[in-house]
Design a protein around this ligand. Structure first.
Ligand code: C2E
Ligand code: CA
Ligand code: CA
Ligand code: CA
Length: 281
């Protein structure tokens, strides 16, 4: 239902898998209800392709469970979506990311942006716009410095509703990014209809971009398209210098990937990617 985030691993009905799933489920319910915060927010740098400066980052959730150990989102986000717990987790991530963004904005990086992922499940909640407004107000962040990432699995829902929600969110100040572009149900039609500010090209196109002419042509096409409609292009999953150079040559605006940095806790992120430069005043 949520596109890329597949539930299929939970379809396995062997009793071992069922009990493991129940174990994760029970632990997750406890972690969401608990005062003790087991969910952590990591930040991955997004750099300007030309200047190589880190101008923004993406907030990515982790779960450091006391009984299950440290987990990345692929280990628990699909289940959290299935159980409806992703809204609470997502609210927490947004609040953390907004507080962090405000802190960086007030400590030398006034134009720094933080990207936050919104699950399709979260976006289809009745009061999603009001709820997000509350979090933005509570944290006191400049909402213009928050980018909200939506996926195509959201865009395929009733277009009127999708448009209403996106317009409602944009009115609050944040920019809207279309994530994982090129996977799923990708249609150029969405790009035309939605008021997007950023398009994020999925890693699958970048993995073999050096050899694959189709992947190169795809990126070239999206660069042209994004110029025409006035969005900026982010490319994800850049791991090698040659990939970076090729993409910069193609006119991509922003780069995200292990070549520039892996997701890290806020303090590490700050030391590694922010402390080394000050934006021009
Ligand atoms: P995403 O939104 O596409 O996030 C980018 C993912 O690609 C991150 O994985 C990041 O670590 C990884 N990545 C970035 N550059 C590279 C690279 O050069 N090489 C490789 N191998 N990987 C790279 P992560 O943190 O494991 O997150 C996976 C997915 O989980 C995210 O994909 C997103 O769909 C979901 N997710 C993460 N945090 C949240 C959240 O707070 N809320 C929701 N709803 N989903 C989240
Ligand atoms: Ca994302
Ligand atoms: Ca993505
Ligand atoms: Ca992805």
């Amino acid at each position: 239902k949520a596109g890329k985030n597949q539930y299929s691993i939970y379809d396995n009905t062997s009793s071992e898998n069922v009990s493991k799933r129940l174990d994760i489920e029970n632990n997750m319910r406890q972690a969401v209800a608990s005062e003790i915060q087991e969910f952590l927010v990591y930040y991955q740098p997004v750099v300007d392709a030309v200047t190589k400066k880190c101008t923004s980052c993406e907030a990515l959730v982790r779960w450091d469970s006391k009984s299950l150990g440290f987990m990345g989102p692929s280990d628990f986000v699909p289940l959290a979506e299935y159980l409806g717990l992703i809204t609470s987790i997502g609210d927490y991530v947004l609040e953390e990311a907004c507080n962090q963004c405000r802190y960086w904005n007030e400590h030398g990086y006034p134009d720094f942006h933080v990207n936050v992922n919104l699950s399709v499940v979260q976006l289809l909640q009745k009061d999603v716009v009001k709820n997000i407004e509350k979090i933005l107000l509570k944290t006191g962040v400049n909402p213009k410095n928050i980018n909200l990432e939506i996926t195509e699995s959201f865009a395929i829902n009733d277009m009127n509703r999708v448009l209403e929600i996106i317009k409602g969110l944009k009115k609050l100040g944040p920019r809207i990014a279309l994530d994982d572009f090129g996977t799923g149900y990708s249609s150029l039609n969405y790009i035309k209809q939605l008021p997007l500010d950023l398009i994020k090209v999925d890693k699958t196109f970048i993995d073999d971009i050096l050899e694959d002419e189709y992947a190169q042509a795809f990126v070239r096409l999206i660069v042209e398209l994004s110029k025409t409609i006035g969005t900026k292009l982010v490319v994800e999953g850049v791991e090698h210098q040659e990939q970076y150079e090729l993409l910069r040559g193609l006119g991509v605006h922003y780069i995200q990937g292990f070549y520039f940095g892996k997701p890290a806790a806020a303090k590490d992120f700050e030391q590694k990617y922010l402390a080394s430069w000050k934006p021009e005043q």
